[in-house]
Design a binder for this molecule. Structure first.
Ligand code: ADP
Ligand code: MG
Length: 362
């Protein structure tokens, strides 16, 4: 049996663990929190992510090391991985941890992005507003997630306030894109350089948090373009594992927003709605196994359960939806679970999604 060490024991770790059980891969986790979701599926070494003693214990218990969140402290992790493979490669983490290096990588690869400027002082912000125009999205370069660490600036009077709120960290100011929809290209690359791509996924966010994903997107041309950008990125990084590329769709163009060097919330639909889930393909990739079929088995929608669980959880189960609960305490804005709808056609998928929302919100 192959043993995979996973830095992080959140819901992504938990879902990797369940996927491993089906293909005879055992996952061991490292996480400092009291009740990490992954504890339901494997041993969790409880320590800080930069605790080299704990990391060493993890390394000596497994055959290969991976991670399930992108703010992994690269230095401490690299210090214990001389004798073990760490996948995805740490370079992918370095690029993804700073929005500036991430954008520079997109530019190097001729992947279109929104106009942006670095903002290191208040004057830089005024220049960005002059040169790019308003509205602007001001973002911290590091540690932003689920819309945190960013502000939309709509008029010049708000520039000073925005600077006061975020100016203590290095920033990026981006053109605000009036996109048609958001999408994500999710795919895996293995040690041999083989790539599988999931159908393009359409995403809806509310307050910066992913709420709903739907797949397949149903536009062959955009899907091909997204897969081309994704392949450029994973080949350049000599990547191993699942990578998710977030995109803005504007007409027949795609602008890259950011990438996550890990399995991604917008790929949760693949558990119930694809032949092989993103979690299984991630484990296959990092374990030097052949990748498996990423095709959708129908028309799929995934709805996140955010903040608090619906009163009608049992009714949702009884109505035949695929329900996933992560075992986390309720807190505003927190992802507590998700529900998947699988149907034979687009129309039925929408109807079932409406039915689900009816139960959720009444
Ligand atoms: N330049 C932009 N133009 C329009 N919307 C944006 C822009 N940047 C971010 N957003 C919106 O905010 C969401 C979260 O921003 P993102 O850069 O993906 O940060 P996070 O790391 O929080 O996911 C995006 O999915 C999108 O809905
Ligand atoms: Mg994002």
């Amino acid at each position: 049996m192959i043993k995979v060490g996973i830095i992080g024991g959140g819901q992504l770790g938990q879902m990797l663990g369940y996927a491993g059980q089906a293909i005879d891969i055992e996952c061991v986790f490292l996480d400092p929190s009291d009740n990490p979701p992954a504890q339901t599926v494997g041993r969790v070494i409880r320590c800080a992510f930069d605790d080299t003693v704990g990391l060493q214990e993890l390394v000596s218990s497994v055959d290969v090391l991976t991670y399930e969140f992108e703010n992994v402290p690269v230095g401490p992790v690299e210090s214990v991985t001389a004798d073990i493979k760490l996948y995805p490669p740490p370079d992918a983490l370095r690029y993804a941890q700073d929005r500036l290096t991430e954008k520079q990588l997109f530019q190097e690869l001729n992947i279109p992005i929104a106009a942006f400027r670095t903002v290191d002082c208040e004057a830089d912000l005024a220049v960005a507003a002059d040169e790019i125009g308003l509205p602007l999205v001001l973002k911290t370069r590091r540690l932003g997630y689920a819309g945190k660490g960013q502000i939309v600036i709509r008029d010049r009077d708000s520039l000073a306030d925005a600077w006061d709120m975020l100016g203590s960290s290095p920033l990026i100011a981006e053109e605000m894109i009036a996109f048609d929809v958001e999408a994500s290209a999710i795919g895996a690359r293995n040690v041999a350089g083989e790539i599988v791509s999931y159908p393009l996924t359409r995403n809806e966010h509310q307050e910066g948090i992913l709420r709903t994903s739907r797949a397949p997107f149903g536009n062959a041309e955009l899907t091909r373009l997204a897969q081309t950008y994704h392949a450029r990125l994973v080949d350049r990084l000599d990547y191993v594992g699942v990578l998710s590329l977030e995109l803005f769709v504007v007409g027949n163009k795609l602008l890259a927003n950011e990438f996550a060097p890990r399995v991604h919330n917008s790929g949760h639909w693949t558990i119930d709605g694809a032949v092989t889930s993103q979690f299984e393909n991630h484990l296959r990739a990092v374990s030097n196994m052949p990748l498996a079929d990423p095709s959708a088995i129908g028309y799929v929608a995934m709805e996140n359960l955010i903040g608090s669980l619906p009163v009608g959880m049992q009714a949702i189960r009884d109505a035949g939806f695929f329900v996933h609960e992560y075992g986390k305490a309720e807190r505003p804005g927190r992802k507590l679970g998700h529900v998947t709808v699988v149907a034979d056609n687009d129309t039925d998928c929408e109807l079932r999604l409406q039915e689900l929302r009816q139960i959720m919100f009444t």
